[in-house]
Ligand binder design. Structure first.
Ligand code: SF4
Length: 334
């Protein structure tokens, strides 16, 4: 049977006492908020998830949080053994892990390969050395490049996540990061605008006027430009932007930063705005057909694109056409 749905079973492994001090990360919060799951907890979580999933689902166990390959080796192997037992019994298709580029080497990849890991996501964040240093990442671009090459050489799926608006970052440097991620042959990416979280070095920098996060408009614009590079190169974008959660709200953990419940919709609205404003449309009753999944984005967040056309004297209606995919569209004059 062809698997048509995808599901990640998330297992959060908090990394206590991480030796790094990334300026945007509140380790204390991470350590205090999440308890380290026992083997039984993990097995129960996976089994509970499996009871809710249909047979046509492609299922990954996803070990998220901190840097999976930086936890003590025996703990890492114990977690992997649990995941691997579900792969061997045919209940799960693969294991995803997320980690830091400087915790990848051949010995670690041997272990990941042995226990059925299929996808490795690296928090690259930026490929500019100065941005990496100013963000306290503890490594430079060469570590990202080396890790990516080792991962690709073994045929794992490679994810390279990036952040926008870190200290010293500019639009040009973020565009370069996206191009480098493409050049390193990433299969997937995630795009996160930087936010200022309580208890971080970034909070101190922000309060001392040494750091300013991107405005929401700039974050949407930068994300759109970066997203275009990934779309053109065929890199799968797993996430754009952060959503407010109970904890990540102004007045709670979030001090400042471009966070919005419709962030992705706003970014895709701008992608469609760019596409449509390059069309030579006639000023008569017009229907623009787009893929069903794209309909809301083409119309725009709060109907921005439709309203903009109307303001300029166009009479445009948007409809879904199921034969279309991605950003393809066609125009008909009624
Ligand atoms: S973001 Fe940086 S400081 Fe926070 S857990 Fe990861 S490596 Fe450690």
């Amino acid at each position: 049977m062809n698997k048509i749905k995808y599901c990640n079973i998330p297992i959060f492994i908090p990394q206590l006492a991480c030796p790094h001090q990334c300026v945007f990360c509140n380790q204390e919060k991470i350590s205090n908020t999440f308890v380290i799951p026992t083997s039984d907890d993990i097995t129960n979580t996976i089994e509970n998830y499996l009871t809710t999933l249909s047979k046509d689902t492609f299922i990954n166990i996803a070990f998220f949080g901190g840097s999976f390959t930086a936890i003590p080796k025996n703990d890492m192997i114990n977690y992997l053994k649990i995941g691997h037992s579900f792969i061997k019994s045919g209940k799960v298709n693969g294991i995803r892990i997320s980690t830091k580029p400087d915790y990848i080497n051949d010995a670690i990849l041997d272990i990941l390969e042995q226990y059925g890991v299929t996808a490795i996501e690296l928090g690259a964040q930026s490929t500019n050395d100065k941005v990496l240093v100013k963000s306290g990442r503890g490594h430079k671009f060469d570590a990202i490049e080396n890790a990516a090459k080792l991962i690709k050489a073994r045929n794992f799926e490679l994810g390279l996540q990036m952040m926008l608006g870190l200290p010293h970052d500019t639009l040009e440097l973020s565009l370069q990061t996206a191009k480098d991620i493409v050049r390193l042959k990433a299969d997937t990416t995630r795009i996160y605008p930087t936010i200022v979280v309580q208890g971080t070095v970034l909070e101190k920098m922000y309060k001392n006027n040494q750091y300013q996060p991107l405005s929401l408009d700039d974050a949407v614009f930068w994300s759109k430009e970066v997203l275009k590079i990934f779309l053109e190169a065929g890199v799968k974008v797993l996430r754009v932007g952060l959503h407010p959660s109970d904890e990540l709200e102004i007045g709670k953990s979030l001090i400042s930063g471009p966070i919005h419940p419709s962030f992705k919709e706003m970014v895709l609205t701008e992608i469609w705005n760019d596409i449509l404003k390059n069309q030579e449309l006639k000023k008569e009753k017009t229907t623009i057909y787009v893929a069903e999944k794209q309909l809301n984005y083409a119309i725009g967040y709060k109907a921005k694109n439709r309203k903009e056309f109307q303001k300029n004297g166009f009479d445009i209606n948007f409809l879904a056409d199921n034969s279309l995919k991605d950003f393809n569209f066609h125009v008909s004059y009624n």
